[in-house]
Write a protein that binds this ligand. Structure first.
Ligand SMILES: *Cc1c(COP(=O)(O)O)cnc(C)c1O
Length: 387
């Protein structure tokens, strides 16, 4: 049937479900010479062995990547003692988070997560047509697991638990997490996003899996014991490969199979796969780097507290300062001192750990104007790309 509408009278318009999707804003870029502490990146350049592995593949760039990523998936399956078909890789774990949502939820379904948590969750959920259910963190900036349990409805399809939580750096312990998982109906997928788990204890990079180590990496152990748990890990943070885009999920077989259906084909390059394998071969070097980052993180927190700012103890590679009305003031202070952080006006400031020099710079920035002399200027909330 021919349409009565003249072909030139209308224009394509985006689907209305996108109206509620905020555009993802990247961490503010830093002027040359400044400390970029806005995106939780590694302060270390890639390891030489990783660069060499990538260089080896450059001559094959005219070929598509191996879609099944057999080498890295084999290595991860072996490392965690799971069947390879339960492991999926994606262009960063943010892509895997999107896959898990698309695999389980659609129009009319609910996807729950704590708030404030990872910036990407609300948009990813809305893009899938589902409804985000955001449960406030408790007074200690931790997941309020009881409130999350109480918020489950028959529409709930997936729950993210970001552990350690971005941006607050807090964790829920393994027993607490198990009690939660055990109480969640088995038709609801609990996704434990462990993007920062490697900073929870610098000894993470041992030969063993995380299975028996209390306080860190509880996700894999819960995955083994429950049929409705998936775990997200990334090579972007502790492994320092943010620019290459590779992360992985370990999920129940039916969910992993559904992820492969919704994945955009060829999303993970061979360069990224090779770099990830080389990183698994460099655990010892990476462990040293992680120990450095966590030492600077703890130093950063002490410096902030000593300067009178309410910095929260962190188990990740950043420190959260719930400065409330004074967040923009702290942001200005840091900015003047050559430090770019991630600021949520009216809520807080997240500062990535960075190198010793970066943390020195934070200390100097805070000293430049003693906090007690500051006059809160809430009117000066400036329009900025918080990211
Ligand atoms: C950074 C981050 C990720 C994933 O980053 P990718 O670069 O996409 O792997 C996932 N979850 C949280 C909470 C993060 O902060």
């Amino acid at each position: 049937m021919t349409s009565p509408v003249s072909p030139t009278s209308t224009t394509p318009s985006p689907h209305p479900r996108l109206d509620a999707v905020p555009a993802y804003k990247q961490g503010r870029s830093a002027p040359a010479g400044a400390s970029k502490l806005s995106s939780n990146e590694s302060p270390h350049p890639p390891l030489p062995s990783v660069v060499a592995a990538i260089a080896d593949r450059l001559g094959s760039l005219h070929r598509y990547p191996q879609m099944t990523a057999p080498e890295i998936i084999g290595r991860l399956a072996e490392r965690y003692g799971v069947a390879p078909d339960l492991v999926t890789v994606g262009a960063g774990s943010v892509e895997l988070a999107a896959q898990l949502i698309h695999a389980t939820a659609g129009e009319g379904d609910e996807v729950m997560f704590a708030w404030r948590s990872f910036e990407a969750y609300p948009s990813l959920v809305r893009v899938a047509g589902a409804t985000p259910v955001m449960v406030p963190l408790d007074r200690e900036h931790r997941h309020d697991l009881d409130a999350m349990l109480a918020a489950i409805t028959d529409r709930t399809r997936l729950i993210f638990v970001c552990n350690p939580n971005n941006p607050t750096g807090t964790v829920v312990g393994p027993e607490e997490l198990e009690r939660f998982v055990d109480a969640v109906p088995r038709d609801v997928l609990v996704v434990i996003d462990e993007a920062y788990v490697h900073f929870d204890d610098s000894a993470y990079f041992g030969p063993a899996t995380t299975a028996t180590d209390p306080g860190r990496g509880a996700g894999l152990e819960l995955f083994r014991r429950y049929p409705h748990v998936a775990v997200l890990h990334t090579f972007s943070k502790a492994y320092g490969l943010a620019g290459l885009r590779i992360g992985y999920a370990i999920a129940p077989a039916a969910i992993a199979a559904a992820q492969r259906k919704v994945a955009v084909p060829f999303g993970v390059t061979d360069l990224a796969q090779a770099a990830a394998v080389a990183s698994l071969d460099a655990q010892h070097e990476l462990a040293l780097r992680i120990a450095e980052v966590t030492a600077q993180r703890d130093r950063l927190q002490r410096i902030l507290v000593d300067a009178g700012w309410p910095a929260v103890a962190s188990r990740a590679n950043f420190v959260w300062v719930p400065a409330g009305e004074r967040s923009v003031e702290l942001d200005e202070l840091l900015h003047t001192g050559g430090v770019v952080a991630r600021t949520f006006p009216g809520e807080g400031v997240r500062i990535s750990a960075g190198s010793a020099e970066d943390v020195d710079r934070v200390a100097a920035a805070l000293r430049a104007v003693p906090v007690t002399d500051q006059i809160p200027d809430t009117a000066a909330v400036r329009e900025e790309a918080t990211a």
